[in-house]
Design a protein around this ligand. Structure first.
Ligand code: HEM
Length: 181
C-alpha cells in the first residue's frame, strides 16, 4: 500500500469512527441520560466537564448548573446552530427569570465550543467547561456531589438566544457516578 493510500484509509477509518460514535468529541462520553426528549451526555476528566446535549428544536438549546432558584445564580451555557455553524454563550443567572452573558456581568467566557449540528428537528451542541473556572460568574461544580442540572430548549422558529424556553427542567445528577436522583 502506498503512503497516499495509507493516509486515505486512515482518514476514512477515523471519519467512520466519528460518524458511528455520532460525536465530534469522539463518542467517548462516560455517561448518558435521556431526560424527556433531551439527551444529555457528559464526561469528567480532571477539571474539565465535556458535554453533548441534543434537543428536539431548531432553536436554542441550554444547559445550566446549580441554580439557587429557577435560573438564579446558575452557570448557563446556551447555543444554537445557524447555517451549520454553532454559536454558544457562557451565561449567568442574574435573576430568577433572567440570565446575562458572563462577560457582561462581571465575569469571563470560560466555555469551549467543540461543535454543533442541526439534523431534521434536532439540535446538538458539544462543549467543554472547567469544573472550577475561578470565574466570579461560575460556581464550582463538584462532580462527587449532587449537581442540579438544568436542561432547556427554545421554540423552533428562531436561531437566537432570545425567547423563553418551550421546555425547561432541573434534574439532580451525581456527575461522577452518572446516577440521577
Ligand atoms: C433564553 C431566554 C430565557 C428566558 C426569556 C427565560 C425565562 C424564564 C422565565 C420567565 C421563567 C419563570 C418561570 C416561567 O415563567 O416558566 C424561567 C424559568 C426557568 N428557566 Fe428560563 N429563560 C430563558 C433561558 C433559560 C435557559 C437557557 C435555561 C437552562 C439552561 C433555563 C432554565 C429555566 C429553569 C430550569 C426554570 C425554572 C422552571 C421551573 O421552576 O419550573 N432558562 N425562565
Amino acid at each position: 500500500m502506498s503512503v497516499r493510500q495509507c493516509v486515505v484509509s486512515a482518514s476514512s477509518l477515523l471519519c467512520c469512527m466519528l460518524l458511528f460514535a455520532g460525536s465530534i468529541y469522539g463518542g467517548a462520553y462516560q455517561h448518558s441520560l435521556q431526560i424527556d426528549q433531551v439527551s444529555f451526555d457528559w464526561s469528567v476528566t480532571g477539571n474539565t466537564l465535556a458535554v453533548r446535549v441534543a434537543a428536539p428544536t431548531t432553536g436554542w438549546v441550554g444547559v445550566g448548573f446549580n441554580p439557587s432558584d429557577m435560573m438564579k445564580d446558575a452557570n448557563i451555557i446556551i447555543g444554537y446552530v445557524k447555517d451549520g455553524k454553532a454559536e454558544i454563550s457562557d451565561e449567568f443567572g442574574a435573576r430568577v427569570t433572567q440570565h446575562l452573558p458572563d462577560d457582561q456581568s462581571g465575569g469571563a467566557f470560560n466555555v469551549n465550543l467543540v461543535g454543533g449540528s442541526e439534523t431534521g428537528n434536532s439540535t446538538t451542541l458539544e462543549f467543554t467547561l472547567p469544573l472550577n473556572s475561578g470565574d466570579a460568574r461560575d460556581r464550582a461544580i463538584d462532580p462527587k456531589a449532587e449537581t442540579r442540572v438544568m436542561l432547556a430548549y427554545g421554540p423552533p422558529d428562531r436561531d437566537s438566544l432570545k425567547g423563553k424556553h418551550s421546555y425547561a427542567r432541573i434534574v439532580t445528577i451525581n456527575l461522577d457516578s452518572g446516577v440521577m436522583k
